[in-house]
Design a protein around this ligand. Structure first.
Ligand code: ZN
Length: 158
């Protein structure tokens, strides 16, 4: 049976080791050389989608606990987590959302790093409202040149 990954459908819910194996088994070799996008929903469960659907694997506009990109590497006879980042310009998760990712990864028994292997810092521009990725402390909006706030301000509730 084909996994139910359709563009915009929210990605495929992965809540067990067997489910994760089945999902990875359906990916092509080319897909597996690239990171996948993931979302951890407020139900604490992991959702995965091929990267080409980036920004689609959201939980239908709902709040998420974390999101980003994840890659798997083949180790002996199983797939383990390679790199995990919070790089999701759709959700702009805070770096401390790792605890939610760690919990979700526990359920799929993949092994995991001790934190994001690549941390991305986001700021929402107060003027043009575009989400920026802050690189090396350069906190100026790349779109309009406005100065970005010192602290994380992406969460719409803040
Ligand atoms: Zn701006």
């Amino acid at each position: 049976m084909k996994a139910a990954v359709r563009p915009g459908s929210g990605g495929c819910l992965i809540s067990s080791a067997a489910g994760c194996d089945a999902w990875i088994a359906e990916r092509s070799a080319a897909e597996l050389t690239e990171p996948f996008t993931f979302v951890v929903g407020t139900d604490n469960a992991l959702r995965l989608a091929p990267r080409r659907s980036e920004h689609a694997p959201c939980v239908g506009g709902e709040m998420v606990l974390s999101a980003g990109e994840i890659s798997f590497t083949r180790e002996a006879d199983r797939w383990t987590v390679g790199e995990v980042s919070n790089q999701s310009t759709g959700h702009c998760p805070y770096v401390t959302s790792w605890s939610a990712v760690a919990r979700a990864l526990d359920d799929v028994e993949r092994g995991q790093p001790s934190g994001f292997t690549h941390e991305v810092v986001f700021r929402r521009c107060p003027d043009c409202q575009v989400h920026n990725i802050v690189r090396e402390g350069d906190i100026v909006c790349v779109f309009c040149g406005s100065e970005l706030p010192e602290t994380w301000n992406v969460d719409p509730a803040v």
